[in-house]
Design a protein around this ligand. Structure first.
Ligand code: MN
Ligand code: MN
Length: 470
């Protein structure tokens, strides 16, 4: 290409990027963005826990022609399959035209979110009140979880193998649960403690009842709660031992701002990437390479366990893809992984003008400017970073620029201010090319996070373009 023409092309690409954002979109784009956000908000309300997210993903996938991989004998290009890992994570694939050993394109997000889990012996009575003990899950600022309406979601598994689903607090007719806090009048000592110690973890107890059972001698209120649990769920107190019950904010997702340009909701880390990742795969028109969507559990506590990204159950899904495509070489799995590319679809911190002091303006992600590529994560001298190779970042931004997807490049806050990680390093350790690429959010890990509808739709377009690329 002649130098002049080349310069012109570079300038045009730069101008396009500068012009991204709300002010440059057409009315019809705006309508599309708003409609997609409505779908997303519905998803948020249906899928507040990892188990619920898996169920919703399975239903959507089945309605789009995906089949459980274990029911499929042989895979052909164009086939759509999913594998569910213990009801808490799900892997979905569209088989491409290229051989699987040439690698796949994957977008991976997590579907667990910070919350309060009930302990295994949660219920007790004190001073005429029934309470439930909790153990918080993930990185929370504990004071944020007091005096907000909480709903209980989860399962109680009985020894006969029956799984009883629990969901109390979402229906407007339902009661809610609550962690109390001190009144300001008696907070003199609490007020001078460090914010981190303001509400100790063992004070995150849920108010659960106050009516005593008429004919019991002691612990009357607790006995009444147990009687209600028996009637409603057929469970005994001991059954809490094999229960997974999560207290999550009972608030619904809402549009935020007078212009309704943002979404405020619980659990947007990382459902704001999980929903675009899922819908990008479900709506993929063409898969030259095999395309995957990974929705994983336990990211908030280190991606551990057999449902987290570290789990070898992910490899098992890949082995099934290979075997059912007729590839049985012992090296096929590693060959495929090393030739594969992924986007670690996780949120990043959006620049918050109320707290500019933790951000470095030139390398912050801004709300309403599109999806953000984070070349590296980590903290203190990139320690523990998953650092994508420049060649790979060029490949990814090339896709976005070609498709006209709004994107920015950022890192999480000022150097030495803090830091964070995602599932990226786990995929990278397996040999894949991977870069973090997600939606900027405000108030991450709080009970009510916010994100821009513009960026949410940009994520959908970005993931779809990536999945459909060679
Ligand atoms: Mn996350
Ligand atoms: Mn997180």
């Amino acid at each position: 290409m002649a130098e002049d023409a080349e310069n012109k092309e570079i300038k045009e690409a730069a101008d396009r990027l500068k012009n991204y954002g709300w002010k440059n979109i057409t009315d019809s784009d705006r309508k599309t963005i708003m409609e997609y956000a409505e779908e997303y908000m519905e998803f948020l309300d249906m899928a507040k826990t990892e188990r619920e997210a898996v169920e919703v993903a399975r239903d959507l996938a089945v309605s789009c022609g995906f089949r459980d991989i274990d029911t499929v004998e042989r895979l052909q290009p164009g086939d759509k399959v999913f594998g569910i890992n213990r009801e808490k994570s799900v892997y979905l694939a569209v088989i491409g035209r290229e051989p699987l050993t040439e690698g796949f394109q994957a977008v991976g997000a997590h579907i667990d979110a910070p919350r309060l889990d009930l302990k295994q012996n949660p219920l007790y009575e004190d001073s005429g009140l029934a309470l439930l003990k909790t153990h918080y899950y993930g990185g929370i600022k504990k004071y944020q979880w007091t005096t907000i309406p909480l709903a209980l979601h989860g399962v109680v598994v009985l020894t006969d193998g029956t799984t009883v689903r629990v969901n109390i607090g979402e229906d407007p007719e339902d009661p809610v649960f609550l962690v109390t806090d001190l009144l300001p009048h008696l907070s003199a000592k609490q007020n001078v403690r460090k914010v981190a110690d303001g509400v100790p973890a063992e004070k995150l107890n849920l108010m659960a009842g106050s009516i005593p059972l008429a004919d019991a001698d002691s612990e009357n209120v607790k006995k009444n709660i147990l009687a209600i649990l028996k009637e409603k769920y057929g469970m005994e107190e001991e059954d809490f031992r094999s229960a997974e019950i999560e207290a999550v904010p009972a608030m619904k997702a809402r549009s935020l701002g007078l212009d309704s340009s943002m979404v405020a909701a619980y659990g947007q880390d990382d459902r704001v990437c999980a929903f675009p990742a899922l819908t990008a795969l479900l709506r993929l028109e063409d898969a030259p390479r095999t395309s995957l969507c990974i929705l994983t559990d336990k990211e908030e506590i280190g991606s551990v366990g057999n449902t987290g990204m570290e789990s070898r159950n992910f490899e098992l899904f890949l082995i099934k893809l290979l075997e059912k495509s007729g590839i049985t070489s012992p090296y096929a799995l590693q060959k495929m992984l090393s030739a594969s590319r992924a986007l670690s679809a996780d949120v990043t911190a959006a620049y918050d003008p109320t707290y500019p002091e933790v951000m470095e303006k030139n390398n912050a992600a801004y709300m309403g400017k599109g999806i953000s590529i984070k070349k590296y994560t980590g903290a203190r001298g990139k320690s523990g970073a998953s650092d994508a190779n420049a060649e790979y970042v060029a490949y990814v931004r090339g896709i976005f620029e070609k498709e006209g997807v709004a994107y920015q490049s950022s890192e999480l806050g000022k150097v030495d201010e803090g830091g964070g990680g995602t599932i990226a390093y786990i995929l990278a350790n397996r040999g894949m090319d991977v870069v973090d690429c997600g939606v900027p959010v405000h108030s991450m890990h709080s009970p009510y996070e916010s994100a821009s509808k513009y960026d949410i739709y940009a994520a959908f377009r970005a993931y779809k373009a990536f999945l459909g690329s060679m």
